[in-house]
Every structure is written in structure tokens, then in C-alpha cells.
Design a protein around this ligand. Structure first.
Ligand SMILES: Nc1ncnc2c1ncn2[C@@H]1O[C@H](COP(=O)(O)OP(=O)(O)OP(=O)(O)O)[C@@H](O)[C@H]1O
Length: 279
């Protein structure tokens, strides 16, 4: 479990109290195996929260505790936390450090000091899992953006983290590739009990997650199931977030007399099923 307890974080440090903190009094808990979408307008604090969870930055107030270890404890705790929490950056070019696909996947496990056979086993597994086998010996620089993004995920997953944080992994790749990547990640979460925190700008992606956290101006605005969060249309709009198109369509139909439809429709399949049940 990851616990974020009343965390406040300023990039400028405590000295400049006049500058609004990037995160303010944030409290939340991430349980094992949960899939969570973290959404919010630009600058709302999503990436900062990701960096705090991965112990890349430390809170000035409050605490972040990963499986009982405080991120500000340093030493052995920090080493263990970095193994438990894998962070995939928004831009894969900020993450990929080696020359070839195989070397990149092996890089993390090598740093963990794993034996050669175990490293090779993990590389083989990731090549299949992320559909990278055809490019195994390719130079990283020759890959497309979508292939690089999959490689960045493979490199992090090869370390077998318990918590996987994806910082807007789909912004630089086309829709169908993005959907495939997210489906792979969700399947892994189900099969291996990995918790996933997926940072996104896309409201239509929320339906596929167990839980949605909405950030606004450095605070948690809403936290709940996709349907319960999408009931707060006005609060979402004040935070610069419009409802997904399918949810808007459902609400328009309700307003035009289809009052038996549920208040929140999440997917096209939900809408079809709801309309069929009215016949
Ligand atoms: N390295 C940094 N140094 C100083 N301020 C920063 C830094 N990174 C982020 N900030 C500021 O912290 C606040 C929160 O930024 P953050 O990147 O966490 O938000 P975000 O929700 O991830 O935004 P986006 O969706 O644009 O990535 C913003 O006001 C931002 O300008």
C-alpha cells in the first residue's frame, strides 16, 4: 500500500511561502492491485504527485509511505522504494538510456544485480509482452514514438515493480496504439496484482479504471469510481474538465425525455445496453 499523508510540496522550497505549492495537503491511499486514472488540468500537480510517489522528490510537509517505508528515510529504504515503484515518463526520450532494445530492457535488472539467466528471462518476457520482439536488436533511435513508449514501459516492468506509474504515456502516440498499450498494462495489473496509476488528460480513458482521482490546483478535488466522479459535472467544469462525449450524450437524451437512462453513461456499450433495456 502507498500512503500519502497530508503532503505539501513546493519546488522553490519552504523559503518562498508566497509561491503557491505544486501540491497542498494531499492525502490519499493506493491499494495493491488497484488501477487508478489521475486526471487534472495542466499544472494541477499530477506529475509532481508521481515524482513524490517514486521518491524522486520528497515532501516538505507530510509523508509518503510505500509498503511501510517512508520516502524521506533515505538509504536502504529508498533503494527498496525505487524497486517497488516504477515510473514511466511522459516522453520516452527522457527515460531511454541505452543503444538497443534488448540492452534497454536489461538495464534495470542489471542495476538490481540480478544473475545473467534471470536478466535474460525478463528480457524475453518483456519482448513478447510489449510486442517488441521484431525490434529486439534494433537501435532505440530507429523506433517510432509508440515503440519507444512500449520500450519505456518494458524497461520499467522488467524491474517487477509493485506499483506502476504512467505519466501521460499516450499523449505522443496514435489512438489505437495508445489503447493497446493501456490494455496490456491493465491486463498485467489484473494478472499480477500490480497497482497502476495512469496520468491522463483524456476524460474518455477514465471508464476503464477502478478508480479516478481528479486534481485541481495542487489538491485532490474528487476521488472515487468513474461513475461517482462523473456525477460532479459542475466541479469538473470549474476545474477545466468536460464530461466525456458519451456521458454528455447520455445526459442530453435524459433531458429530452429518456429519463430512465442512468445519470452517468461511461461507454458506448453501456449506452447501447441501457437503450436496449428500455424497449
Ligand atoms: N521542475 C519544476 N520547477 C518549478 N516548478 C515546477 C516544476 N515542475 C512543475 N512545476 C510547477 O508545479 C505545478 C504543478 O506542475 P505539475 O507538472 O505537477 O502539473 P501537471 O498536472 O502534471 O501538469 P501537466 O498536465 O501540464 O503535465 C505547476 O505550477 C508547475 O508550473
Amino acid at each position: 500500500m502507498i500512503e500519502v499523508n497530508n503532503v505539501t510540496f513546493r519546488y522553490s522550497g519552504e523559503a518562498e511561502e508566497g509561491i503557491a505549492p505544486a501540491l497542498e495537503e494531499v492525502t490519499l491511499r493506493i491499494d495493491e492491485g488497484e488501477t487508478i486514472a489521475l486526471i487534472g488540468h495542466n499544472g494541477s500537480g499530477k506529475s509532481t504527485l508521481a515524482r513524490l510517489l517514486a521518491a524522486i522528490v520528497l515532501p516538505q510537509r507530510g509523508s509518503v509511505i510505500v509498503d511501510g517505508l517512508r520516502t524521506d528515510a533515505g538509504g536502504e529504504s529508498l533503494w527498496q522504494i525505487r524497486q517497488s515503484v516504477g515510473l514511466v515518463f511522459q516522453n520516452p526520450d527522457d527515460q531511454l538510456v541505452t543503444n538497443t532494445v534488448i540492452d534497454e530492457i536489461a538495464f534495470g535488472p542489471e542495476n538490481l544485480g540480478l544473475p545473467r539467466f534471470e536478466i535474460e528471462e525478463r528480457v524475453e518476457e518483456m519482448l513478447d509482452l510489449l510486442d517488441l520482439r521484431p525490434y529486439a536488436r534494433h537501435a532505440v533511435s530507429d523506433l517510432s514514438q509508440g515503440q519507444k513508449q512500449r520500450l519505456a514501459v518494458a524497461g520499467v516492468l522488467a524491474m517487477r515493480p509493485r506499483y506502476l506509474i504512467l505519466d501521460e504515456p499516450t499523449t505522443m502516440i496514435p489512438g489505437h496504439t495508445a489503447e493497446q498499450l493501456l490494455e496490456t498494462v491493465r491486463r498485467l495489473a489484473r494478472e499480477r496484482g500490480i497497482s497502476v496509476l495512469h496520468i491522463t488528460h483524456h476524460m474518455y480513458e477514465l471508464a476503464d479504471f477502478d478508480r479516478v482521482i481528479v486534481m485541481n490546483r495542487g489538491r485532490v478535488l474528487l476521488d472515487g469510481t468513474p461513475a461517482s466522479v462523473l456525477r460532479h459535472r459542475e466541479e469538473l467544469e470549474r476545474a477545466g474538465l468536460g464530461l466525456p462525449l458519451i456521458t454528455q450524450l447520455g445526459q442530453r437524451l435524459r433531458a429530452r425525455g429518456w429519463s430512465q437512462l442512468p445519470e452517468v453513461i461511461l461507454t458506448l456499450d453501456d449506452l447501447k445496453a441501457a437503450l436496449c433495456s428500455l424497449k
